[in-house]
Design a protein around this ligand. Structure first.
Ligand SMILES: [Zn+2]
Length: 136
């Protein structure tokens, strides 16, 4: 993928996130693939490759998010933007129940749904990592 993100900016994004996906919290060290900078507002929607619009994302969260900016809340049907790690607090929107990530808000519901954060295979992976002490 062509990128206009410098090595320096990539490093800042990675360290600011403490080497974890800012959506599903997967630690980079527990991932087969390197995490990548995600455009919170995708370039197609005018998002810039700037600190304030970048979040560290695991490969799966980033691929499923794609060029989307939100979805329809499965509970209310309202068009709702995704969780924004630069403007919102993870723990105000999500919480863990074992290896499953629960939604506390509409923002979290659409993020979990479209990024497929609770797919069976991903829950099983988190369970294994938690047992191994690699996901706390
Ligand atoms: Zn993720």
């Amino acid at each position: 993928m062509p990128t206009d993100i410098s090595a320096e900016l990539r490093k800042l994004v990675t360290e600011r996130a403490n080497h974890r996906c800012e959506y599903c919290l997967l630690p980079e060290k527990a991932s087969l693939h390197k995490h990548e900078p995600d455009h919170i507002v995708p370039r197609q929607h005018g998002g810039e490759s700037a600190e304030a619009n970048l979040a560290l994302s695991c490969l799966r969260c980033n691929r499923y998010k794609g060029p989307n900016i939100g979805s329809y809340d499965p509970e209310t049907g309202e068009l709702t933007p995704f969780f924004n790690p630069r403007q919102q607090s993870w723990s105000e929107h999500f919480k863990f129940d074992g290896a499953e990530i629960l939604a506390l808000t509409a923002v979290a519901r659409v993020t979990l749904k479209i990024l497929r954060i609770n797919d069976d295979s991903r829950i099983r992976e988190r369970e294994q990592l938690q047992k191994a002490g690699l996901f706390d």
